[in-house]
Write a protein that binds this ligand. Sequence first.
Ligand SMILES: O=C(O)[C@H](O)[C@@H](O)[C@H](O)[C@H](O)CO
Ligand SMILES: [Mg+2]
Length: 403
Amino acid sequence: MKIEQAYTIVCAPGRNFVTLKIVTEDGVYGIGDATLNGREMAVVAYLEEHVLPALIGRDASCIEDIWQYLYRGAYWRRGPVTMAAIGAVDVALWDIKAKVANMPLYQLLGGRSRERVMTYAHCTGKDIDGCLQEVERHVAQGYRAVRVQAGIPGIPTIYGVAKREGERYEPADSELPAEHVWSTEKYLNHVPQLFAAVREQFGHDLHLLHDVHHRLTPIEAARLGKAVEPYHLFWLEDCVPAENQESLRLIREHTTTPLAIGEVFNSIHDYREMIQNQWIDYIRTPLSHGGGITHMRRVADFAALYHIRTGFHGPTDLSPVCLGAAIHFDSWVPNFGIQEYMPHDDLTLQVFSHDFRFEDGHFIVGEAPGHGVDIDESLAAQYPWKRASLPVNRLEDGTLWHW
Ligand SMILES: O=C(O)[C@H](O)[C@@H](O)[C@H](O)[C@H](O)CO
Ligand SMILES: [Mg+2]
């Protein structure tokens, strides 16, 4: 089953996506998501210039060998661009293998461990009342878990909060990076009030999540974790930038609020110390950025030894291809926790057809052979790539800050 053709498809139906298509000599094809938000063309160049020419003629069924070839063989290991490129190849090859076996992907992984996959929705508001209305709307739709984020008095723009109520926020919202302002003190004083209000109105059954977007120092994160303990969060996400894994130890020693981390990680080594020391509770790396199914299966198995569960990243800047493959993984993985779900717009869903279903706050995996997501290439061609950037974040005095 030789690989005959491999190429990238870059399109922007509403926002940018990079898709990798691999076609075998028998005409079977698989697709993978290679989107790295705000750095899309770096992955395209990595694939087109360095990876795809070396794939032609290789046996598409040797997924493990191709993974090792691209990881060890590159000499320059790890990093988001490399791992996103490997992830796209890996998911496309799993798609091919499952199609050839005439099975939905989850069957190849070991079969289903659950009937449905719990998701969490994003509920955002300009203020606490706006956020409460969004929680109400999502609970009425059947969600059992919601991520809550609200505007903070005195801070003009907050990342992760939609510009208009009832809409999604767009992470890469301008051609060049917009500049946001940040005040840790204003944020830390406000967040516990948001959770108090949500618990008061909705009680304690609903799972509540919150994303800090890496903006605190370890001791500030510990303070926040303690402050929200009475509201029993499902998780507090990315509370610090974690190049220094030891940061999580300090936070862990101060609070019982569960911690999720890793949407910007791409390798098992980024997590190694925090997993084996049990400093975290959930891993966030999406399949597409973490070297695909082959690598993320290893991360999930390693995490399972320490009671750590999956909570894959699922924003709109990962394409439906990544989401579709994740739903197969989520349906199989024994230590599943939750799946993030930020719905794509209608145009994106026209470009990417899919067979997973969404019902009552849960995904139900499809039965089509492969991962069940496809791309309409001629429709995609009508929406060319546009430069789009994530914002940067500055303190009130102008200092560039983590974001
Ligand atoms: O969904 C999340 O938890 C996020 O933090 C996203 O909003 C990311 O910031 C975005 O995916 C970056 O491209
Ligand atoms: Mg996040």
